[in-house]
Every structure is written in structure tokens, then in C-alpha cells.
Design a protein around this ligand. Structure first.
Ligand code: CP
Ligand code: NVA
Length: 304
């Protein structure tokens, strides 16, 4: 089993399915008022270079619910690369706490921390990947039907969410269609990795630039912001590039049975309309809810 949770591509299908099964179990226990104290006395350091509501709150509350404790570290407190090297930060934290969650711009920084840390490092989102979100998303899909049979369609930017959905679906042998502009497809290196994984798992990963074609027959239509954190300077350009990729009533008419997913936060009126996000087919808050339980399952797996 890998020490870290940085990319879903590092994990076996069996291990990911076990984590998903435990996430569902932890959610059921939570709803019955039961709080298994599986991480009593454990501590988690959470380093966030970017804003966060869901990831921060669900990791911190998750640790507390399992009997442990979480400590938020802001970049200005720690000064990685200015006050202290990533390696020295990782070595220090390894002497005190049982795990690290890191949300960084650079994916390489998370890998650097993990390479030196003697404790598990969990990717809380980088410019490249957001694996914890995908675990909650697959838990949410499984609540509405069989994950293995689901036709999941991602519409929008080939960003960290698209990359992670693609890798997760490739490991688990799922069906995923991506609809992005040609200019904003997931990175070639990740597409190659996904192809290798899909060859082993039987996953059906396909791509088109036509969102209307992509959503036909979809069980789940997923989108994310067109302008991710750190890309704010490109916002006006991106609005033009992605204009025809909006999830609205018209696009969804082509997928009459689909549930609508979004990792949040949403840029309402850009990639998704209010009507759809707040409508009866939206399961975005189930996804947000499941962050708590999916991550508790990941924490148990790595920190116990
Ligand atoms: N979906 C997600 O990761 O939300 P936050 O950026 O609020 O953590
Ligand atoms: N792609 C988005 C995801 C936010 C959870 C971002 O990186 O800002």
C-alpha cells in the first residue's frame, strides 16, 4: 500500500474500493450517531496555500470525529521555500504529527514533502490533481446506482478535477466521457497514464469537444469552474473559450436521466446556471457531504 494519497493512479482498484466501502459505512454510522474512535490521539497537520471551505472543514471535523486532532498551517506561518526548505518542514512535522494534508499550487511540492516525510502525505488539491474530491464523488455516484455501470460525463476545463476523475475512472474500470475544448484537454502525460491504467482495468475513457454529443445517455453530468484558483488573470479569456460548455437547461435536455455534479465552489452563471445547480437533479451537496466520510476512510487507512 502506498504511504501517501497523492494520485489515485498510485492506488490499486481493490484498495480504492475498500476505502469507498468504509466511507459508506462511516456515513451510515455517523447517521446513527455512532463515532468510532479509530484515530484517538492522532494529529494531522493541514497546510493550505489556497483557500478552502470543504477540504479544510471536512479534514478537521473528520479528525475530531475519529478521536484525533487537526492543526491548520498557513503558508505565511510556515514559509516553505523562504523560511525553511520543504524537506526540513516535512522532517519536522514527521517528528510531531501522524499525517499531513497539503493544498498547494505546485504538484511537485506535495511530492517533495511526501518524499521526505516519514508520515503519510495527503493531496488536498494541487494545480494537477484533487484525488480526495473524486473519492467523495464516486461514493456519491455509488449512492445513486452501480458505480461500475454509470456513464459519467465531465464537461468543461481539463483541469485538476478532470485529471483526477480520469485517473480514478481508469484505475477502477469505469466509463467516463470528457467534453473539453481541444485546447483544454487533460495533460498528455496524464492521458497516457490513464490509457495504461484503462488497458488493465477495462475502463472506457473517451473524449470529445462537443458537450451535446458527450451528455447523450449520461447518468451523471459533472462540471467544475472554468477558472481555477490561481488562474484569475485568465478569467475573461476563459469565459469566451468555455461559453458553449455551460451546464444549463438546454444542455441537460440531451441527458434527461442524468444527475448533476459539481465539486464546488461554483461560479454560478458561468459553468452552471442557478436553475440547474439548485434544481432537483443536482447532487452537489451530497458530494460535499461525502467529503467528510470519504476522507475519514482515507485517514483511517493511512494514519492508523
Ligand atoms: N471542492 C473543494 O475542494 O472545495 P474547497 O476548495 O472549498 O476545499
Ligand atoms: N478546479 C478547481 C477545483 C476547486 C475545488 C480549482 O482548482 O480551483
Amino acid at each position: 500500500m502506498p504511504k501517501d494519497f497523492i494520485s489515485l493512479a498510485d492506488w490499486s482498484p481493490d484498495a480504492l474500493r475498500e476505502i469507498l466501502a468504509r466511507a459508506a459505512e462511516l456515513k451510515a454510522l455517523w447517521r446513527k450517531g455512532e463515532r468510532p474512535q479509530t484515530l484517538q490521539g492522532r494529529s494531522l497537520a493541514m497546510f493550505f496555500e489556497k483557500p478552502s471551505l470543504r477540504t479544510h472543514v471536512t479534514f478537521e471535523a473528520g479528525m475530531t470525529q475519529l478521536g484525533g486532532h487537526a492543526i491548520l498551517l498557513r503558508p505565511e506561518q510556515v514559509g516553505i521555500g523562504t523560511r525553511e526548505s520543504p524537506a526540513d518542514v516535512a522532517t519536522n512535522l514527521s517528528r510531531w504529527v501522524d499525517g499531513i494534508v497539503a493544498r498547494t499550487f505546485s504538484h511537485h511540492l506535495v511530492e517533495e514533502l511526501a518524499a521526505v516525510a516519514e508520515i503519510p502525505v495527503i493531496n488536498g488539491l494541487t494545480d494537477l490533481l484533487h484525488p480526495c474530491q473524486v473519492m467523495a464523488d464516486f461514493q456519491t455516484v455509488a449512492e445513486r446506482g452501480r458505480l461500475d455501470d454509470a456513464v459519467i460525463v465531465y464537461v468543461g476545463d481539463g483541469n485538476n478535477m478532470a485529471n483526477s476523475l480520469m485517473l480514478g475512472a481508469s484505475v477502477l474500470g469505469l466509463t467516463l466521457r470528457l467534453a473539453t475544448p481541444e485546447s483544454h484537454r487533460p495533460a498528455v502525460r496524464l492521458r497516457k497514464r490513464a490509457e495504461e491504467l484503462a488497458a488493465a482495468s477495462g475502463a472506457r475513457i473517451s473524449w470529445t469537444s462537443d458537450p451535446h454529443e458527450a451528455v447523450r445517455g449520461a447518468d451523471f453530468v459533472y462540471t467544475d469552474v472554468w477558472t481555477s484558483m490561481g488562474q484569475e488573470d485568465e478569467q475573461e479569456l476563459r469565459k469566451r473559450v468555455f461559453e458553449s460548455y455551460r451546464i444549463d437547461r438546454d444542455l441537460l435536455a440531451g441527458a434527461p436521466d442524468a444527475w448533476v455534479m459539481h465539486c464546488l465552489p461554483a461560479h454560478r452563471g458561468e459553468e452552471i446556471t442557478d436553475e440547474v445547480l439548485d434544481g432537483p437533479r443536482s447532487i452537489v451537496f451530497d458530494q460535499a457531504e461525502n467529503r467528510l466520510h470519504a476522507q475519514k476512510a482515507i485517514l483511517e487507512r493511512l494514519l492508523r
